[in-house]
Design a protein around this ligand. Sequence first.
Ligand SMILES: Cc1cc2nc3c(=O)[nH]c(=O)nc-3n(C[C@H](O)[C@H](O)[C@H](O)COP(=O)(O)OP(=O)(O)OC[C@H]3O[C@@H](n4cnc5c(N)ncnc54)[C@H](O)[C@@H]3O)c2cc1C
Length: 399
Amino acid sequence: MPPEMADSGGMLSNGRFDVVIIGGGVSGLWCRWRIAQAGYSVALLESNSLGSGQTGASQGILHRGVKYALSAQAAHAAAVAEESARAWDDAMTGRAGPDLSGVRVLADRMLMWTDAGLLSKLTGAIASKVLTSHVVPAEPKEIPSFLAQRGRSVYRVGETVIDPISVVRSLAQSARGPLIRTGVRAIASTQDQSVVSTESGELRAGALVLCAGEGNAGLLEMLGQRPDDWMQRRDLHMVAAAGAPGPLFGHWVASATDKPRLSVTSAITGSVVHWYLGGELAESGVVRPQEDQIAAAKSELEICFPGLNPESWSFRAIRISRAEGKTDAGKRPDAPVVREIGGTGAIAVWPTKLVMAPAAADDVCRLIQARLRPVPGNEWIPGSEARPDYAIPAWQIRE
Ligand SMILES: Cc1cc2nc3c(=O)[nH]c(=O)nc-3n(C[C@H](O)[C@H](O)[C@H](O)COP(=O)(O)OP(=O)(O)OC[C@H]3O[C@@H](n4cnc5c(N)ncnc54)[C@H](O)[C@@H]3O)c2cc1C
């Protein structure tokens, strides 16, 4: 079956699949490919559009551990990110599946810059084993004029930035099995069988995989669980700015914390350059009302790029939560979190980062293979079910 057929809506001939996945972000779609690859029949349910959650709001940086290098527990996170980033490289160059050759690469490197006082901290991190292969001083021609400053050190970081919605598209087309736009009404699940009641009818599955990001909270409640026992949310207040002088992909390391003060990614629509701003600005900005967050963003830009006049650009602040597996201290997990929800037969997934989705999918597939064999005959016939659209990236959405 050609891929364009594989992701069209389908009338479920018997409503039974080996695996039903709920949630069509990067984790649900990567799991769908991985599980289908292992020979199982899979249906994926999405209540909105594919990529409409964190995936479409992400900055699309395929982190290779550099982001974590300034923090104390860098090594494990960096190693997982590095291994997963290699899975992306393989998929994007055709060395291994899924076929991500159609993914749009926005930048094949990031910049990282710091001002005089923090140089020693950064050089210490760069000297660490984690970073040596990926961070080198940037060539003068790589440094945009608005970034160049006296006393500033600029490094080139070997991290790729991709358009997350193009990932969603490629993943959706890389595996067969229905993608169905529908809301979930109820779930009855035991270790051997799950019954998912949806707005489009009932689905049965040998295993149920919850990849709904923040929406996993409601699904866990349907399974009689307390979401707070399994997951946490960490809020962000991102800022999108239109009118920047040129594309920029980089981290400004300028505080004593382990986070970049600003992380900037870019997109171009027509002749307009958009900057999407995260980092410490987005973390500390959760307490600020929208106007104050925009004022804070302008102030950060003026400090970092003294020659620019952000007053003439147009700004929007975007609130979004990161949904993650629970950690004791409420901090970011340093690997994907994949949990069997005891007694219910469901597996809940939080990849922690976009880049870690391949590792999460491998874990899910291992758990399924340990308890389920593919059942022949779970076929579906393309029909009238609504197929979800692809999302618009969060930085581009107009109110
Ligand atoms: C602002 C921001 C920037 C980020 N930047 C990066 C980055 O640069 N690099 C990186 O590696 N990671 C980044 N991340 C993290 C990364 O985006 C997430 O880890 C990843 O996208 C999570 O994917 P997911 O598929 O688990 O969840 P989501 O993308 O949130 O997908 C969940 C899907 O489930 C659907 N859904 C919800 N409830 C239901 C339901 N009841 N029934 C059916 N469907 C449902 C939603 O509509 C959604 O489509 C960023 C995150 C944020 C918030």
